[in-house]
Design a protein around this ligand. Structure first.
Ligand code: ATP
Ligand code: MG
Length: 581
């Protein structure tokens, strides 16, 4: 096929769009692949749509190869199934809700667990029907708080979502593993640099879950990897290794000290070291109690929550939210302190929290037998040597403290270092949550019902276009991997002479006849403009039909390496066919 630039619906831009921060967004707009319609809403122009379709094809081929069957749901969905699983409420403001003319509630599907579970229930009833895996490649809607970076985080986007249905836990593990292998094949075919990290389960509830993160400095997800093993995890999923509990025998008594003007950890540590208590204190010896409030999805009332963590660590809000999900969490306001006078700001200790029934969760490092300096619930006073498991017993532990580079890796091998990535896929053992909600059973060989267990698996198809661009570009423009490039070869006619024009046309036709997709720059624009556009558009091979033609050669340029070679006109078709196959 030949696409002529003279008639292609394409206008490239010399300037970066004002709202673009990341390279993929700038370049996809400048190269005329996408155009913004609304925040998080983009249209695909011809070249963009081609890349999107190619990505989609890779995903579809691999899903089909693993034996998943494609179906398609509407995006416009009734409320009831989502009511049955409580997600109509739990999904919160991210869900696009709307009403039809009769006043009935609808939503635009953010993900489709409910519909798949109901559909399988509608069609299947015997154990002999299982296992089955279904998928769709479909537009999803999420009213993201921060639509960002063009198609990287849209409010309307294309997702491949699949769902496995199994009779047994072993079956679910096998389906999960099959998806994992398939995702590896998909992302390898797309030439991406990525890691697989242990993830939190998010709003869906369930157990095993991993995310595929494409490495990118502009990524929103921070993950950590170990220097001593191939351990990698989302920061939200890092499990703090707890030291062993220590014996309580012989530990010094807890003692209250007058510590005037020490509402901050730093001021406290400085003062402690002046008090001459027989040892040197650091912030890590203090137990800081952070007050928050949480609210369960359907509840009206907020509940107080205190988190005790070593004073040298901050609370990481994302980790905290992941630990508390689906409950909401908020910082305490002055009014909350006023309502609870036992909370002495700057001097809050475990005693007042526990005595007043405040839920008190601590960092996993706060194990039995550890001694702490902490608030004495009295202005200008702290307690020294308050021992966990002796002087106070928290309600449990919580992963809320920041993870730092240099922390020991949870697998005990090496330390953690940080990196950034973009989520491209998510695989997830849901278990029986949705099957329970809809009583999805199969009739077993003994005529007893067997509750089905599900997995759910997503790939961000439209996001992948941006992710590939993010990992593959230079200062001149996009550089597409062959598998997804909008064409195989970009032929530039570099001059106005009829002979050049005729030779360019003929070359394009010969290449097309040989099965290659060609973009032919047959415009009257100057060679300089055409070269710039060719670099920007990013087809992996650029052929220049120019001055060399007089000597029977054209120039073949590798967009990635910038290398150029002269190739004889009568050998160029064979040369390019070999290059692109
Ligand atoms: P994120 O943490 O980036 O919001 P998520 O955890 O909400 O992702 P899933 O619900 O697991 O994502 O969706 C499956 C896949 O869909 C993700 O791995 C991602 O590639 C893609 N995706 C999710 N949200 C968006 C979005 N707003 N725009 C484009 N792609 C998205
Ligand atoms: Mg999300």
């Amino acid at each position: 096929m030949i696409t002529r630039m003279s008639s292609l619906f394409l206008r490239t831009l010399r300037e970066d769009p004002a709202d673009a921060e990341v390279p993929s967004h700038k370049l996809l707009v400048r190269a005329g692949y996408v155009r913004r319609v609304a925040p998080g809403g983009y249209s695909w122009l011809p070249l963009g749509l081609r890349v999107l379709r190619k990505v989609e094809r890779v995903v579809r081929e691999e899903m089909d190869a693993m034996g998943a069957q494609e179906i398609q749901f509407p995006a416009l969905l009734p409320r009831e199934p989502y009511e049955a699983t409580n997600r109509w409420t739990e999904y919160g403001p991210n869900l696009f809700r709307l009403k039809d003319r009769k006043g009935a509630d609808y939503l635009l599907g953010p993900t489709h667990e409910e519909l798949f579970a109901l559909t399988v229930k509608g069609e299947y009833n015997s154990y002999k029907d299982y296992p089955v895996t279904l998928y769709q490649i479909q537009t999803k809607y999420r009213d993201e708080a921060r639509p960002r970076a063009g198609i990287l985080r849209g409010r309307e986007f294309l997702m491949k979502d699949s769902y496995s249905f199994d009779l047994t836990d072993e079956g679910l593990s096998a389906s999960y593993q099959a998806h994992r292998d398939t995702y590896i094949r998909i992302f390898d075919r797309l030439g991406l640099d990525y890691v697989i990290v242990a993830a939190t389960s998010g709003a869906m509830g369930g157990s095993a879950s991993e995310e595929f993160l494409a490495e990118a400095v502009t990524g929103e997800d921070t993950f950590v990897r170990s220097t001593g093993s191939d351990y990698a995890a989302n920061v939200e999923a890092v499990v703090t290794p707890a030291p062993p509990a220590r014996p309580l025998d012989g530990l010094p008594e807890a003692r209250k000290h007058h510590t005037p003007d020490t509402p901050t950890i730093d001021s406290l540590v400085t003062l402690l070291n002046k008090l001459d208590l027989g040892r040197e204190f650091t912030a890590a010896d203090t137990l800081k109690n952070v007050l928050l409030k949480t609210r369960q999805p359907a509840a009206k009332e907020w509940e107080l929550l205190a988190i005790g963590l070593p004073g040298d660590r901050e609370v990481d809000l994302k980790r905290l939210e992941a630990s508390l999900e689906p409950a909401e969490v908020a910082i305490l306001e002055e009014a909350d302190f006023a309502k609870n006078p036992f909370l002495v700001k700057g001097y809050i200790g475990p005693r007042a929290l526990l005595d007043n029934g405040v839920r008190y969760l601590v960092d996993p490092r706060v194990v039995t037998g550890t001694s702490w300096v902490t608030g004495a619930d009295e202005r200008d006073h702290h307690v020294v040597d308050l021992v966990a498991g002796r002087d106070f017993t928290p309600d449990g532990t919580i992963e809320a403290a920041e993870v730092r580079e240099g922390d020991p890796a949870p697998d005990g091998k090496g330390t953690l270092v940080a990196a950034r990535g973009i989520e491209i896929g998510h695989i997830f053992q849901l278990g029986r949550k949705y099957a329970d909600a809809f009583a999805l059973d199969a009739l077993g060989p003994d005529s007893k019902p067997i509750r089905i267990t599900m997995g759910s698996y997503g790939v961000g198809v439209s996001r992948l276009v941006a992710v590939i661009a993010e990992q593959s570009h230079d200062e001149l423009g996009l550089i597409w991997p062959r598998q997804v490039a909008p064409a195989d070869v970009h032929v530039v006619i570099a001059g106005k002479e009829d002979t050049l024009r005729a030779a360019g046309e003929k070359l394009a036709e010969d290449l097309s006849a040989a099965g290659l997709d060609i973009i032919l720059d047959d415009r009257t624009a100057s060679p300089g403009v055409k070269f710039k556009d060719a670099e920007l558009v990013g087809v992996p091979t650029i052929v220049v039909v120019g001055r060399g033609l007089a000597n029977g050669v054209v120039e073949v340029k590798d967009r990635r390496t910038g290398e150029r070679e002269e190739v004889k006109v009568d050998e160029v078709v064979e040369h390019l066919r070999a290059l692109t196959s």
